[in-house]
Ligand binder design. Sequence first.
Ligand code: ATP
Ligand code: MG
Length: 404
Amino acid sequence: MKELIIVNFEEIYLKGQNRKLFARALREQLKKKLKAFPELVFGKQRGGSLFLELKAKPDAERRRLMMEIIRRTPGVTGLYSVWTTGTDKDKILEAALSMARERLARGKSFRITARRLRKDLPYTSRDLAVEAGALIASQLGNPVDLTHPDWTLNIKVRPEQTLIYDKIVPGIGGLPVGTSGKGVVMLSGGIDSPVAARMMINRGMQLTAVHFHSMPETSPQSVEKVKDLTRVLTVYQPVIKLILVPVLEIQRAIARHTDSKMRLILLRRFMLAIATALAEEEGAGALVTGDSLGQVASQTLENMRAISAVTSLPVLRPLVALDKKEIIRRARDTGTYDISVLPHDDACAMFTPDNPETRAHLGYTENQWQRLDTESLIREALLQKEEHIFRFNPENIRKFIFHV
Ligand code: ATP
Ligand code: MG
C-alpha cells in the first residue's frame, strides 16, 4: 500500500498547451515550498491532477503543515490524501478498514462510496461498498448512515490501481504564480495593500514589493512590520523581493515648495513614479495598490486620476470595489491582519495637512509637480534603495496561519 497526495488544479477551461504550462508552473511553486519535506516525492501529472508520493508517514502535526502549505498555493483547487492498492478485493477491504481505523472518530456515522472504472472484475461497486461497510461496522462499531454520514470513505477502482480516500480539502484556487506576468505592489504597513498583493499573487502574478519609509522620522519598527507582512506573503509566493525606498527628502521638498493641500497627492505621485522605475528594472508590466474607492476622503476618482497620470503602466487596484468588512475578512484569511493592526507611524501621517485635497485637478497637480525637481528627487531616492529577499519557510505557516 502506498500513500499519495493528489493535488487538483483547475481543469475545466484548461486545454492542451495551456494546461502543460500551468502544471509546470504549479509543480515549480510546490517544489520551492516543500523543500523541507523530502518524504514527499513528485510523481506524474494526469489530467488536472499532480501526484505526490509519501515515502514515509508523517505524524499528524507534520501532515497538517504539509497539507496547509499545498492548500495555500495559487492554482490548487483541492487536495486529498489517498491510499492505493491493487484491484484484489481483500486488499481493498483491508485498506479501507485501516483508513477507517486511522480517521473515523469513535461513535461517528459513516458511509462508503465505491466506483469502478473497469468492468472486468469479479465484484461490483455495490459489493465493495456493502462489504467494506459491514467490515468497518463490525470491527470498529461505528454506525452506517447513507444519507447524513459524519464521514465518507471513497473507493475508486481505476484500471491500474485502486484509490481509497476520505475528504477533499479545498485549495485557494486561482492561477500558479508566474503564469500571469510580473507586477510591483506598493506595500504600506496597513490592512489593504497586503490583501491587494495576495489577490494578484493568487491570480498568477509574480510580485516585487516596494515600501516607502521616512526614517529616521518614522521608526524602524514600521519597516519591520512590512518585512513581517512580506514573510506572510511568501506563503503564497515563495520568493519575494522587498525594496525599501526613503522618501523623507521628497516630503521635505514637497512641504517647502508646494500647496499644502496637495502634499499627499504629490507624495503618492512620487511613489508611483518610483515604483514605475522599479517595475522597469524588474521587468514588471503593472503596479498594484490597495486603494478602495471612497474608503478614505482621499481615495476619489479625481485623485486617482491626478496621481496615476504620472505612470504609463496599468495601476491595478483589486480592492477598488470591496467593503472594508470584506477586506478585513480577507486580511484575516491571508494571515496579515494581526500584523497590519499593530501600531506604526505612517510616512504620510505627520505630513498630512488639515485640509487635504479630495478632488484634485489634473492641471493643477501637474502645475505643482513642475515646481519640484522631480527627476533628481526620484534619482536620489532610487540610489538609496535597499533590497531584501524573503523566502518561504514552513515556520511562517505555523506562526502567521496556525498562530503557534
Ligand atoms: P493600506 O491599508 O494599504 O495602507 P490605506 O487605506 O491606508 O491603504 P492609503 O494610505 O491612501 O490607503 O494608500 C493607498 C495605497 O497607496 C496603499 O494601499 C498602498 O498600496 C500605497 N501606499 C501608501 N503608502 C505607502 C507606503 N508608505 N509604501 C508603499 N505603498 C504605499
Ligand atoms: Mg495606509
